[in-house]
Design a protein around this ligand. Sequence first.
Ligand code: 5AD
Ligand code: SF4
Length: 429
Amino acid sequence: MKKFFIQTFGCQMNVYDGQRISNMLKVNGWTQIDNSNDADLIILNTCAVREKATNKVFSALGRIRDSKKPDALFGIVGCVAREAGADAFKRIPELNFVLGPQSYHKLPEILENPDSKLLNIDLGGLEKFDEMPQMVESPLVSYIPIQEGCNHCCTYCIVPYTRGREISRPFDDVMRDVHHAADTGAFEICFLGQNVNGYHFENYMLSDLIRETAAINAVKRIRFTSSYPTEMTDDLIKMFGNQPKLLPFLNLPIQSGSINVLTRMNRPYSLNLYIDIIDKLRAIRPDIQISSDFIVGFPGETDSDFEQTMNIARQVKYINSYSFKYSPRPHTAAALMKDQIPDNIKRERLKMLDGYLNDIQREFNESCIGKTFECLCEGPDKTGKHLLFRTPYMQQCIVEKPSFGKIPNLVNIEITAANKSSLRGKIKN
Ligand code: 5AD
Ligand code: SF4
């Protein structure tokens, strides 16, 4: 029996790509294992969004080269493959394949010709969706990509280079995948895209996908990520008011609270527009909560710019956010900007923003104590003594495993305790 090992870094889109690759290999008789030392095929599914992520991949490759079985095939797929291209073979000459985020369906070519080297970082558009076999079994939470790539061209972002220009999948193809996921085990559908709310195919928008998915009985929860502020149309906002299956949680990255920084990031929206969207969402769905991504230390960011980012965080009270130090990336305009910010200042600002975001996250989690949410069971924890659930706000909730009876996938849980990163709860009868 041929064994493969795959490790995925990065975003949900990469998680999805990893699942499709695993599924393709399993359909072809391979067995997945979780130790690269015993594998006949080793795949790193990589992320290039920050320099640290790219470096992590190359150190992992060095370790694998020294510990793998001598005749095992190994290579990278995903965004670092596209970023590094042929250079990856120069850095690690033993690599067998380098396949970009839109060409990983070419993997069988190296399995047929193990003595060759395979490099393909083409932007194949939607080809990969058509060429990979359907999932045999769908995860409880199934990610369905609806568009890939991005046309916004934020000046810090490598994604338009790694995943290409924006392209939306045909409506019928997406719905076929949704039905297939629902028929093979999915309870929750998460629509994915670098610019998910920009989805448009003929006259179809994201709101149409949500409406049609909500009509499927087996689908109990729907969400989507990641959204761009100017594409939050009124039609989409209204969905939060009239589609109860749409979870009351939205990731709406603002990146910075300073209009000067946003302009240099090439994110042309005003803070008024952004706040207006949140006000509308809260009016239509009072229990909605928002999360964001932030970048601190973008070239030219002054103390006053940073203070404005702190102000927007204070104003919106995000419940769960990611903040990053700006990292210059190849193929991006911001990497060439003057006024790069020294690392010690980036670090200080990150600490301050993170400190605040963590405080409000803890406060929100604590405010959930005593409330009851319908939560999705993700299975047992590592000890086997507890079950892990996801609340509608994507918080993890730990529940003592009942000694008898089968637990349904969706259960009402009363929250009994909370800290910054998780909740505790008990099953309500
Ligand atoms: N440096 C730091 N953070 C970045 N992100 C994207 N590009 C960079 C970069 N060059 C962050 C953004 C984005 C998230 C996925 O990663 O906040 O929303
Ligand atoms: Fe990383 Fe962006 Fe590629 Fe996702 S699309 S893997 S976040 S670089």
